[in-house]
Design a protein around this ligand. Structure first.
Ligand SMILES: *[C@@H]1O[C@H](CO)[C@@H](O)[C@H](O)[C@H]1NC(C)=O
Length: 332
């Protein structure tokens, strides 16, 4: 009894010890570890303390009301037009076209509208499809510490959902042409956004949805976000969530330690948006259905039916857990 108690105590201490080696997350156990090395889009690494109190003062002033919506189209592929929620003229004077599909892209923690994932995915969409792309910038909150940013994600998502409802009511559009794409914390934000609209987006794509603080979080991305919710898992158990949470869940390369990443969690996590941008352009990733999560985590090939991973096709449908192998460099 005493021995068991001591062993448990030691395990808790070990998982809360401050990891001394920079970027070494080998200690990390989802749900119990206190510290996690995280890197933002500019490559700055910070040791995040998942047990600090939420910064409620910051949350009171920085929330979804601070979201910015940047429109890109084939007429303005590089210079955004800012759409202001509630200002109809800001849409009327823009290149938004109600006849074209709408893609909404949402970045993650410590990111912004300028994050590389937005540029990569926007250019992949516009080179492949004649669409409206809205890049959401929620840097006001995303720049907070991780636990505060994660706590504010539902507000960010509610504003995104309400914004898209307003946009379509104001300037036209068709929910069967609406596709939400979110990376990391942004994947949970599009989950909330989709539910706020009443599950109206035809498609929702979650790119390695954030893991820390989201395992048992009722606000996490789920299948109520859209008609077809697809999730790509590339750093399970550390930066990304382990469990399948979509209609279809893909675990490329066993869902972790992505080839060419040398064990870096940040590299494996970011691989999700790189794989996605590549899939929009070439649609060459073919997954095979697995018997369940365990099979997907232990194999980079499963014996079941095929389903392509990613792409930007609005009529895509599917369900189940899929495995596949990718290469180590672009286009993977
Ligand atoms: C796009 O918007 C710009 C700026 O408002 C405008 O000059 C241009 O004509 C628009 N392009 C199209 C195709 O509507």
């Amino acid at each position: 009894m005493k021995v068991l108690f001591l062993a448990g105590f030691l395990a808790i201490c070990a998982s809360n010890a401050i990891p001394l080696a920079t970027r070494d997350n080998s200690h990390y156990i989802e749900g119990s570890s206190r510290y996690l090395w995280m890197t933002d889009d500019e490559g700055r690494t910070r040791l995040e303390d998942l047990h600090v109190p939420v910064d409620t003062d910051l949350l009171a002033t920085r929330n979804g009301a601070n979201n910015q919506y940047w429109l890109f189209t084939r007429s303005n592929p590089r210079n955004p037009q800012i759409i202001t929620y509630g200002n109809a003229n800001s849409v009327r004077n823009s290149n938004y076209s109600e006849r074209k599909p709408l893609k909404v892209i949402v970045h993650g923690w410590a990111g912004s509208g300028n994050s590389v994932l937005n540029t990569m995915i926007t250019s992949a969409f516009l080179d492949t499809f004649d669409v409206n792309v809205i890049v959401v910038d929620w840097r006001a909150l995303a720049s907070a510490n991780y636990i505060t940013a994660a706590t504010g994600v539902p507000s960010v998502g509610q504003f995104i959902g309400n914004f898209v409802v307003w946009l379509i009511n104001t300037a036209g559009g068709n929910w069967n042409n609406v596709h939400f794409v979110g990376f990391s914390l942004g994947a949970h934000a599009v989950g909330v956004a989709g539910r706020v609209t009443g599950c109206r987006p035809i498609r929702v794509t979650g790119l390695d949805p954030a893991g820390p603080l989201w395992n048992t979080n009722r606000e996490a991305l789920n299948t109520a976000a859209g008609r077809y919710v697809e999730v790509m898992h590339t750093d399970v158990g550390v930066m990304g969530i382990l469990q399948p949470i979509g209609h279809a869940d893909f675990y490329p390369n066993r869902g972790r330690d992505q080839p060419g990443c040398g064990g870096s969690n940040q590299c494996s996590h970011s691989r999700a948006h790189e794989l996605y941008a590549s899939s929009v352009r070439t649609n060459h990733f073919v997954g095979n259905l697995c018997s369940g999560l365990i099979q997907a985590l232990n194999n980079d090939r499963c014996p079941g039916a095929t389903l392509n991973m990613g792409n930007g096709i609005l009529t895509k449908q599917g369900s189940g857990i899929y495995a596949l192998r990718t290469r180590s460099s672009w286009p993977f």
